[in-house]
Design a protein around this ligand. Structure first.
Ligand SMILES: Cc1cc2nc3c(=O)[nH]c(=O)nc-3n(C[C@H](O)[C@H](O)[C@H](O)COP(=O)(O)O)c2cc1C
Length: 178
């Protein structure tokens, strides 16, 4: 079958795995939240997560100085709020109150959990050597929380330009991993 050329500017939309997350940070007791889809697992245990955060974002400044954050994993039920957090800056607004999200105290970091998300990962920055050049941070997950009632979370997966896939069918195949 003939394939057609695909613009380099859209390559990200083929590879972005998601799920889209909400990254929370806090500075001097004031919490902030931003939407993020560019993240990847790097190690099983302790879990390491790599992520790209633009230095134009207020969250970048807070993460760089406090070296901690929470990765919150939302589901489709709060999709509109997730997008809203990605289209406004905490420099100007309190996104928790503006978009009706609930900050819940974390156990290992000062950044809050987002109560409405089905899972929350408390993280510290393990490596910021590539932050200045690429906005790339390696985060170590210190503590993880999950809603035990949600067995098949309908997470959001960004396809670019306002399009999202919603996680659906799960299949199980033989695996070497126990
Ligand atoms: C679906 C979606 C995914 C996004 N993914 C990222 C990302 O991976 N990295 C990033 O730096 N910004 C990403 N953004 C943009 C930030 O969320 C946005 O710039 C936000 O306003 C930053 O907020 P802040 O200034 O309060 O930190 C994304 C936005 C949306 C809507």
């Amino acid at each position: 079958m003939a394939k057609k050329s695909f613009p380099l500017s859209k390559v990200y939309s083929l590879l972005e795995p998601g799920p889209v997350v909400l990254v929370t940070t806090a500075l001097k007791g004031r919490p902030n939240v931003m939407t993020m889809s560019w993240l990847t697992m790097m190690e099983f245990e302790p879990p390491l997560v790599g992520c790209v955060m633009s230095d134009l974002n207020y969250s970048f400044d807070i993460l760089k100085s406090t070296k901690e954050c929470v990765i919150n994993i939302p589901t489709v039920e709060i999709a509109a709020k997730v997008v809203a957090c990605g289209n406004s800056s905490g420099r100007k607004v309190d996104k928790f109150s503006k978009f009706g999200l609930t900050p819940v105290a974390a156990s290992r970091v000062k950044a809050p959990l987002v109560g409405e998300c089905y899972a929350n990962l408390e993280c510290k920055v393990a490596d910021a050597k590539l932050a200045a050049k690429y906005g790339f941070f390696v985060l170590e997950v210190l503590k993880a929380w999950i809603d035990p009632l949600i067995k098949h979370p309908r997470t959001l997966h960004h396809r670019g330009r306002g399009e999202f896939m919603i996680a659906g069918e799960t299949i199980k195949l033989p695996s070497r991993m126990k």
